[in-house]
Design a protein around this ligand. Sequence first.
Ligand code: C5P
Length: 250
Amino acid sequence: MSLKDRIAVALDVGSLSEAERLIDELSDHVGYFKIGLEFLMSVGASNIVPYIHALGAKVFLDAKFNDTPDTVFKASRAVADLGVEMFNVHCVGGSKMMQKAVSGSRAKVHGGKSPAVLGVTILTSLDQQDVTDLGFHHGLEMQVYRFAQKAQESGLDGVIASAREVEILKSLVPKCKEDNSDFLLVTPGIRPVWAPKNDQKRTLTPAEAIRLGADIIVVGRPITKPPIEIGTPVNAARVILREIREEVES
Ligand code: C5P
């Protein structure tokens, strides 16, 4: 995987023009653009997917499906037909739902490569207290592990977790233990030392996440709304790329 492909920028914006501006600026520096709920609800996916592809980047559609298995099957087939490279479902939707997400993604009408399906374990905006409040009786890390285990058994291509849990996933989930595993570990909640935390709780820096074994880091506001001393989104992406490169080469 190229260095660029290890960064997914979260396009958490509400207009096509804002998204296009960021894609124009950043497509030489990052491999994936993540389209999230705000954009999907305000603009929709169909215009932006070809735009991103035309600039040589990949699309991660972050709609976090969590519904009945048949509904998720049809939604996953529709997402696959948009031609995205990656999309996700909540593991809490259960094994049957995850299996249907995979079969839906492989049932593309228009042919071509099927997208990777990722399972959201526990959102990086939640901490142990939140997870206990929700009634999960395992510790947060064990809950992430259980979700990842179910995701793998259900045929998913990887999971989304905090980089803080990558170590436990690599030691307990069978596929994650393998060298050069193709089970993707995608980690949001990334905060370079110079960026504010915002609503994220379980954060790590880009270098820490890569060192622990994250395959792809998801970075939103530190790149799209960088602090003044960092400058433009392109500068922020460059600084993060440099940090990752130094980590990979060290
Ligand atoms: O701006 P920030 O870097 O916090 O953006 C993180 C992005 O990753 C957001 O779009 C958020 O929805 C997404 N995400 C997350 N935690 C997950 C899954 C996705 O923060 N577990």
